[in-house]
Write a protein that binds this ligand. Structure first.
Ligand SMILES: *Cc1c(COP(=O)(O)O)cnc(C)c1O
Length: 378
């Protein structure tokens, strides 16, 4: 079937992923692959190589792909990296940081949580103190862009403390990798986790880990799960030149390769970051003009997703606002912050300045004269 005959997408996704992807990324899925064939495995090797290069110029890193959504890769990393006698310190300031702690609890990993609250970055002094006073801690984990609020955590400052304390550093960069320049070596990162359907702009189906090879090499036999054994997955991909242990999402993998080529064609991560920053600027300035306030101050805010405070007047209804925007072909996201009523708007994916201008015009229409905010679209 010719992709040109497919119906248009009914809406643009302004979410933290899955995202709106290009027609060419979607079209790359119109082919079936044999997972044993070297042509397919060569695509996997290309992907692994390019992922490492997106994260560092250093030769000390390797990449592993893992089936499932992003959380599966977080769980694979934690349950493989932290040995039975190890202890994980989680720096949490949102739902995804808390999820890391949940995984540790469910999988029997010893852990502590330093929760700085959803509106504050991790407390660096408290981190230093913990690393000095608790010898049991072997690993530290943090989220780079905490998608709950859109907060960008100071990964480089945290990494320097963790490296100084000689601990292993795990970063969930799910919603930032590919959209914000990252240098894993410079940031002291040992494991960086992300997935196919966020800033690389692929479709959902697998996650990946960029790992310091010398650290990953020491984790043989530590995994608490067979299918999520990051070491075994890596070993098989290394030894068999791009082979996955179990059935891989072949179409998704091929689409991801196309997405990587398109990231390169755009000008790499720096160029994509500029586009996202411009999208974000148009979004925030436009929303502020219409009376909406972002939850976070500008210096903590990522150019990925923004939480806005819900209006306090009685007529406000998120559901009505959501439907009104959906009927104008934009899909936004509900809030996830505990103590504030918020909604979120993402600006990543195949989303451009003109889309953000059209969104602001649509928001202006739905909120015209204020009284319309609480009404369903006609
Ligand atoms: C999207 C995301 C994840 C993974 O979510 P999945 O639904 O499992 O793909 C993890 N951490 C962060 C910060 C995210 O934004």
């Amino acid at each position: 079937m010719n992709p040109e005959h497919m119906p248009d997408n009914p809406y643009l996704l302004l979410t933290p992923g899955p995202l709106s992807t290009t027609q060419t990324v979607k079209s790359a899925m119109f082919r079936d692959w044999c997972t044993w064939d070297e042509e397919y495995n060569a695509v996997v090797q290309q992907i692994r190589h390019r992922l490492v290069r997106l994260g560092t110029h250093s030769d000390n890193y390797t990449a592993v792909l893992m089936q499932g959504s992003g959380t599966f890769s977080v769980e694979a990393t934690l349950t493989t990296a932290v040995p039975g006698n190890g202890k994980l310190l989680v720096l949490a300031n949102g739902a995804y940081g808390r999820r890391i702690a949940d995984i540790a609890r469910r999988c029997g990993i010893a852990y502590d949580v330093q929760d700085s609250g959803e509106l504050a970055p991790p407390d660096l002094l408290q981190l230093k103190t913990a690393l000095q006073s608790d010898d049991a801690i072997t690993h530290v984990a943090v989220v780079h862009c905490e998608t709950t609020t859109g907060m960008l955590n100071p990964v480089e400052a945290i990494g320097s403390i963790v490296k100084h304390g000689k601990r292993t550093f795990i970063v969930d960069a799910m919603s930032s990798f590919g959209g914000i320049p990252i240098d894993v070596e410079k940031m002291g990162v040992d494991y960086l986790i992300s997935s196919a359907n966020k800033c690389i702009q692929g479709v959902p189906g697998f996650g990946f880990v960029i790992a310091r090879t010398a650290v990953l090499e020491r984790t043989q036999g530590q995994a608490r799960s067979l299918s999520l054994d990051l070491y075994d997955q890596w070993r098989t991909m290394q030894d068999h030149h791009g082979k996955w242990r179990f059935t891989s999402p072949t179409h998704v993998v091929r689409a991801f390769f196309q997405a990587l080529l398109e990231l390169e064609a755009e000008g790499g991560v720096a160029a994509r970051h500029s586009r996202y920053c411009e999208n974000h600027r148009i979004l925030v300035e436009g929303m502020q003009r219409l009376g909406f306030q972002p939850l976070l101050s500008a210096e903590r805010q990522s150019p990925i997703i923004t939480a806005f405070l819900s209006p306090t007047h009685a007529a406000w209804s998120f559901d009505a606002f959501y439907s009104a925007l959906k009927s104008r072909r934009f899909v936004i996201y509900p809030g996830k912050v505990t103590d504030h009523d918020t909604f979120r708007i993402g600006n990543i994916g195949d989303v451009h300045a003109e889309d953000m201008h059209r969104l602001i015009a649509a928001v202006a229409e739905t909120t015209a004269a204020d009284h319309a905010v609480g009404e369903a679209p006609t």
